[in-house]
Design a protein around this ligand. Structure first.
Ligand code: ADP
Length: 721
């Protein structure tokens, strides 16, 4: 009798032993159920031991095995490594790979109807319509067929009895169509072809390799990695390719581009999928039938059967960092996953993260450069608008220069984009009578006024109330006033300045869900919008050929708050936004409004001197021993009240182990001070690169026994510092 060591999908530190019943086909990596406490639980066989492991113990039996390919060694190693690195329980990380556990069961079947070719002699009108419909729509279930014919399902059943239709059981989920690598792609330019050739050669050699595809916005990075994907499929038709994108960049436009290039829609994975769609992608990935998977960061945790290539597009994007639960950085995890799978990984960006640049310079990644846009398309000219010299009118947000540029663009029949990373009408509401600033109860978060919905909303916690007519502090009537600009307010200003312009707002409030987003994108493409005013949702991946002016309303907004990554992040976001302009034959320009035109990020934007900017950032980080020149980890302590957190932090602080080269800072308020009713404080730990900071954090955590409502979590490589 063999012993299966099962890791359960539970936050437990280690696997448990079970007996494998005679004749049950259990292997290392099998997905199984076994009794734990009073219930039957899902887990994965982490190890198989021989008879001797029983050693007089009575073990409970494995109850069932799922009929899916066992989890591969590389994936189990990835989970174990990920748990150790992020200081999490392996079962917790395992749970991230089983978000769609319905995918473990075989695809449900349904009964579909085919035409047999026999047509009964006398047909009623209803029966005739069903046969016509069946000819048109093919094999579908009774309800669909009846609906297509405009009759009741009984008519379909009747035709089956009469021998005109034949029933067949079919999997309800169709497999994803196979991508065809040899459909024609773009005619690559010289530098594109060079970059593609290096990646293609690596696909032929096989094994781990890491690339940085460093190309300005619109230089054709997507076209180039398409060629790497095609080559992977030529070398091994069963190869699987994972393409990671930031969640909000996963638009229909990018899916359609894949479909156009490969003749088959990729398998999608993102938060907008239904459970059924999620199960389908999970199952098809596990069986190796989904060849190209395109997804948000968590697609990294799907159980690929034969992963050969991972693309991380917009690799610098902050949304790759998962901040909740198991905190991981999907870019770094993708590199590790590729290494364990013996696959290639491509990090693509116009503004690579400093971490990535340093890795490339150290030779850990091969850097491939695309310096130019193909054809006539040129990078936009970026001009800084010094708001100290050309200020907007009082309570307005657009300087005379930007207003003039907007008017010229409209007159030329071209499109403008105004970027402001603030949803709603005004980011702060104060009382004119008593000076009260309206906040989410119990927190320091300001409430944002949303004028279209007439509500005040907290963008951190989601708390929302109808806008009160009296001040909640002093009771004064009609005294509440929105302060500062949001996209709704800028839209109001543009509407007054250019009443003839067609204006739309593009933010997560106006573009909830795929249809609304598609609508806005289509109206931009067909020229039905003159001025689009948007939050960072506009920054990613859209190509609007007639867009020639980008105006950044408040370039300084991301610089506040003392985060050392703020400069880098602002630079990345603004160059991405500016890169939206002038994609086709028309040259574009970007006007960037700032009160700090001497800031290195602004200067670099205006001069197009990205590498010079990174050099300055790098010197600062090296000087301070910050990533990537040192390591950082955070410990986040949360509890229902601020006092309780402070109390807990005192104990936690005392329990911190000593370690060579370790520096401890804090506790300070966490970047998100209150989340879902819990107050949060954060310790930051800094160490030299050669210290195993995960092990240090694990040792610290092991010493802590916080009282019940206090929660402690570790964030390795925090994004903000
Ligand atoms: P990036 O990913 O670097 O922003 P894309 O791959 O999206 O760039 O390319 C930008 C635009 O240029 C797209 O519309 C793309 O189809 C087009 N393009 C890129 N390379 C070529 C090429 N060699 N020939 C023609 N069009 C190209």
């Amino acid at each position: 009798m063999a012993v299966a060591r099962i890791l359960f999908v539970l936050p437990l530190p280690e696997p448990f032993d079970y007996a494998v019943p005679e004749g049950m086909d259990v292997r290392v990596g099998s997905y199984v159920t076994a009794p734990l406490g009073q219930t039957e639980r899902l887990g994965v066989v982490w190890e198989l031991l021989g008879n001797e492991a029983v050693a007089g113990r009575t073990l409970k039996p494995v109850l069932s095995v799922y009929d899916v390919p066992p989890m591969r060694d590389a994936m189990r190693e990835f989970i174990s490594w990920g748990a150790k690195y992020t200081v999490s329980h392996p079962g917790h990380v395992l749970g991230m790979t089983l978000r769609a556990r319905g995918g473990l069961s075989p695809s449900p079947t349904e009964t579909v109807f085919h035409l047999t070719g026999d047509v009964p002699p006398k047909l009623t009108g209803a029966r005739r319509r069903v046969l016509d419909a069946a000819e048109e729509v093919g094999a579908v279930n009774a309800a669909t067929l009846a609906a297509a014919a405009g009759v009741s399902s009984g008519v379909v059943k009747g035709l089956e009895k009469a021998g005109a239709l034949r029933a067949e059981e079919m999997a309800a989920d169709l497999p994803f169509a196979l991508p065809q690598p040899d459909l024609p792609g773009a005619q690559l330019t010289g530098e594109q072809a060079e970059a593609a050739a290096v990646m293609k050669a690596s696909m032929r050699t096989g094994g781990f390799a890491a690339f940085l595809l460093d190309g300005v916005t619109g230089s054709g990075k997507t076209e180039v990695y398409f060629e790497a994907i095609a080559e992977a499929l030529r070398v091994d038709p069963d190869a699987q390719i994972l393409v990671l994108l930031p969640e909000i960049a996963l638009t229909q436009a990018i899916l359609s581009r894949f479909e156009a290039r490969f003749g088959a829609a990729p398998a999608p994975w993102h938060s907008g999928l239904s459970d059924k769609e999620r199960r389908r992608t999970w199952r098809e990935a596990a069986h190796g039938r989904a060849r190209i998977v395109i997804g948000a960061r968590s697609a990294l945790f799907l159980p690929y059967a034969n992963l050969k290539l991972v693309i991380v597009d917009e690799e610098h994007d902050g949304s790759y960092k998962q901040e909740d639960g198991v905190t991981y950085h999907a870019r770094d995890m993708a590199v590790m996953r590729a290494k364990l799978e013996g696959a290639a990984v491509v990090l693509a960006s116009a503004t690579p993260a400093l971490e990535t640049m340093v890795n490339a310079e150290a030779g850990r990644y091969t850097r491939l450069m695309l310096a130019a846009r193909p054809g006539a398309s040129r990078l936009p000219d970026v001009e800084l608008v010094d708001l100290r010299r050309a200020p907007p009118e009082k309570n307005h947000w657009l300087s005379p220069w930007l207003i003039q540029a907007l008017k010229e663009t409209l007159a030329a029949g071209e499109q403008s984009l105004l970027f402001l990373n603030r949803r709603g009408y005004a980011p702060l509401v104060i009382c004119k009578a008593c000076g009260e600033r309206l906040k989410t109860p119990g927190t320091e978060n300001w409430l944002t006024e949303h004028r279209y919905s007439g509500r005040l909303v907290c963008h951190v916690t989601g708390y929302s109330i109808p806008k009160p007519s009296v001040c909640p502090a002093c009771g004064a009537k009609d005294s509440l006033m929105g302060v500062g600009p949001g996209v709704e307010r800028v839209a109001e200003e543009v509407r007054v300045l250019m009443p003839e312009a067609r204006i739309e707002i593009f933010s997560s409030d106006t573009a909830m869900g795929g249809d609304a987003t598609r609508g806005i994108i289509e109206r931009m493409e067909t020229g039905d919008i003159d001025v689009l005013i948007g939050t960072q949702i506009v920054a990613k991946g859209h190509n609007f050929p007639n867009l020639t002016l980008v105006g950044v309303v408040d370039a300084d907004s991301g610089m506040k708050g003392g985060d050392l990554r703020a400069g880098e992040r602002t630079y990345q976001l603004l160059s991405q936004v500016a890169g939206r302009a002038g994609r086709a034959e028309r040259p574009g320009r970007a006007l960037v409004q700032t009160y700090a035109p001497d800031n290195p990020a602004m200067l670099a934007l205006a001069d197009g001197d990205r590498d010079g900017f990174l050099q300055i950032e790098r010197d600062v980080r090296a000087e301070l021993g910050l990533p990537p020149f040192g390591r950082l980890a955070a410990m986040i302590v949360s509890a229902p009240s601020a006092e309780m957190v402070e109390e807990a932090c005192r104990e936690i602080s005392l329990a911190a182990p000593n370690g060579a080269g370790i520096e401890l800072f804090g506790p300070a308020p966490a970047p998100i001070t209150v989340l879902r009713g819990r107050h949060r404080r954060r310790f930051l730990v800094k160490s030299p690169r050669n210290v195993d900071l995960s092990a240090y954090m694990a040792a610290w955590l092991a010493r802590l026994k916080p009282p019940r409502p206090v929660r402690i979590s570790v964030d390795i490589d925090p994004y903000s510092f």
